[in-house]
Design a protein around this ligand. Structure first.
Ligand SMILES: NC(=O)c1ccc[n+]([C@@H]2O[C@H](COP(=O)([O-])OP(=O)(O)OC[C@H]3O[C@@H](n4cnc5c(N)ncnc54)[C@H](O)[C@@H]3O)[C@@H](O)[C@H]2O)c1
Length: 251
């Protein structure tokens, strides 16, 4: 099947789809023929990203991924519009660079909620719709910070390591209970997105220099991995952690 048609007719929901990796992923899925449900808390940017997508039949939903009521409402909207879901990309996430010893319990809980609670809430809320697909996939966007720590990455690394192991556990449970839903995680290295730009030029330059490939990733390079994991080509890839990092963790 040509890459351009890999996702033809598939219904794909992406969280954090307004910008960055989520928006790039929405564009690639749309280019490959999927109908995309874009979900984000930033409704203004979400509407712009939605309007710019190629093809039609896409849906934009306001969703705070830390809220179970929001998830149940969003899934009900997807069910009413499409009747099933073929892929869920749990992409929304956020982190700051702050020492563990300067982190308050509220800041800790906020980072765990956005990066990790979100994946549990999304997986459980969307499962009934994913089970209506003949060939479903969940792709959870973790980070290389689940595998290697950096100064100031404490809560974020803890959350993303949770995403990695949650993905494996969910893959095993789905497979062993007859659910046709594969679950994998993807682990981007340093990506040039609004999230990384917000951390300042000095931090970005230091990151660029630390990558063996000598540059940060473009969001589309992460999106390409997400599309593969969500595709039928990945039919036996289950419970895996795909690292996309320009060899950062290889050294
Ligand atoms: N940028 C990087 O270098 C990098 C590296 C590794 C992993 N990641 C991960 O990739 C994912 C996407 O990151 P990005 O760089 O594209 O970030 P980004 O900040 O550019 O975009 C994140 C999107 O998530 C949305 N969002 C934030 N909180 C939300 C919430 N509670 N509910 C719904 N939407 C919410 C934002 O509005 C935004 O549109 C995150 O999980 C991040 O941890 C990013």
């Amino acid at each position: 099947m040509p890459a351009a048609e890999r996702h033809k007719g598939r219904i794909v929901m992406i969280t954090g789809a307004a910008k960055g990796i989520g928006a790039a992923t929405a564009r690639l899925f749309a280019q490959e023929g999927a109908r995309v449900v874009l979900a984000d808390i930033d409704t203004v940017t979400l509407a712009e990203t939605h309007a710019a997508l190629p093809g039609d039949g896409h849906l934009a939903i306001r969703l705070d991924v830390t809220s179970q009521p929001d998830w149940l409402d969003a899934v009900a909207q997807v069910g009413a519009a499409f009747g099933r879901l073929d892929a869920l990309v749990n992409n929304a996430g956020w982190g700051t660079l702050r020492s563990i010893f300067d982190t308050t319990p509220d800041q800790w809980r906020q980072i765990l909620a956005i990066n990790l609670d979100s994946v549990f809430l999304g997986t459980t809320a969307a499962m009934p719709l994913l089970e209506k697909s003949v060939d479903a996939a969940i792709v959870n966007v973790a980070s290389i910070r689940s595998m290697v720590a950096g100064f100031g990455s404490g809560p974020y690394s803890a959350a993303k390591a949770g995403v990695e192991m949650f993905s494996r556990a969910a893959a095993v449970e789905c497979a062993q209970t007859g659910r046709k839903v594969r679950v994998n995680s993807i682990h981007p290295g340093f990506v040039d997105t609004p999230l990384s730009k917000a951390q300042g030029d000095e931090a970005r330059e230091a990151r660029r220099r630390s990558v063996p490939q000598g540059r940060m990733a473009e969001p589309e390079e992460i999106a390409a991995g997400i599309l593969f994991l969500a595709s039928r080509e990945a039919s036996y890839v289950n419970g895996a952690a795909l690292v996309v990092d320009g060899a950062f963790t290889a050294v």
